[in-house]
Design a binder for this molecule. Sequence first.
Ligand code: AMP
Length: 481
Amino acid sequence: MTNRSFADYQVSDEIQRALAVLKYETPTEVQSKVLPLALENKDLVVKSQTGSGKTAAFGIPVCELVQWEEKKPQAIILTPTRELAVQVREDITNIGRFKRIKAVAVYGKEPFSKQKEELKQKTHVVVGTPGRLMDHIERETLALDQVKYLIIDETDEMLNRGFIEEVEAIIKKLPSDRVTMVFSATLPNDVENLCHKYMKDPTHIEIESTGKTADTIEHLLIQVKEEEKISLLKNVTVTENPDSCLIFCRTKENVDTVYRELEAAEYPCERLHGGLEQEDRFAVMEGFKMGNFRYLVATDVAARGIDIDNVTLVINYDVPMERESYVHRTGRTGRAGNKGKAITFSTPFEGKFLKAIENYIGFEIPMTEAPTNREVARKKAAFEEKLGGRRVVKNNKTARINQDIMKLHFSGGKKKKIRAVDFVGTIAKIPGVTADDIGIITIQDHMSYVDILNGKGSLVLQAMENATIKGKKLKVSKAIK
Ligand code: AMP
């Protein structure tokens, strides 16, 4: 964190208000370096670690710089995974909430037609994985002629996943007078080459980090025999008694096994791996964020870029085989200045992976003993008490920013020739309501949605029950979602 405040930058009141609700009080280091340059439309190559606040580093300038009036997309953000696309869309929506920025996420495995419909609405920012984004470009469902910003997030990972051709193909389709920002945890040659090829004299920003991992995380190692892992896991969870815990396994088979064991022992838990349907993956993620359960058993699909508030404990049930993966997994805790703990189980067979990780992170992970039976017995009552209670999520940013917003559903749309201005004209005339209280408006063929801000939802709902829009009587109700 730095001593400056967001008010020191050219950031509008609407964005500052959102940052205050999100409790972003002082810019992180990457934000303080990126913001002034990005706000001046400079091309940037930014090397920074996970959890450093990099999403807001590009999210704030993007929300600030896009023109609200323009209907076509002005910023494209590329991410390597679907989960990250959804996460970035959520962050942008939160930051841009009071400017009414509309961000859409496009990714594979979700119906193309649903995204196509969304893209027909006013859209300021499109976040997507390269394959699906290219699909939309080729099928002409995504207009690019107004794009002024391209952000490539987790570029090293994007190239690792073999997306280079798609990324280049997308870049070639974009207007050349755009601003490009590349974010990457590492800058291998292929990332440098990409930047060199497609950017205009970019400024390099490197966030000096004391190490590869954040210093808010306590790292520990416990040696264990393969057959004793499950009982060690149960004992460690009792003695640590975490508010929330992510347990990483190397394979989906191991995830299933560990999950079944914990479920049988009545842990409030869920699992996440690539073998599940995308919809289920999102539902599990969302449930974990909302505090519906405390324990999430996952493969590395949950390790990258996903921002879950307040994960207090990360357990590496298996040592990751890739050293970067250790950094990403453990980086799910100790975020944004909070304290966190990461415990790694290591069997004799895993010693060589461990050495590679320790070389990479630059320190030896301190070894600790498995909890004794006595210790486990002593802490059992407190553990069981917590297990029975619901997890309280103290800091759900999205819930906080949405708490004063009510989404209204109207039973008419384009087919009745209704436009956004018609809603604004009618709603802003309600006594006690102004145009500033109206958020994002979505008009579909047969229905429309209007976000009402600042806690005025009930007032508008009541008034609209008896009002007409463009002379037409529409049914109005609180939208389910
Ligand atoms: P990121 O590196 O974008 O994944 O962000 C890491 C975490 O830091 C997320 O939980 C953000 O919501 C949070 N965050 C980002 N910027 C700030 C800030 N200026 N102050 C406090 N928290 C922040």
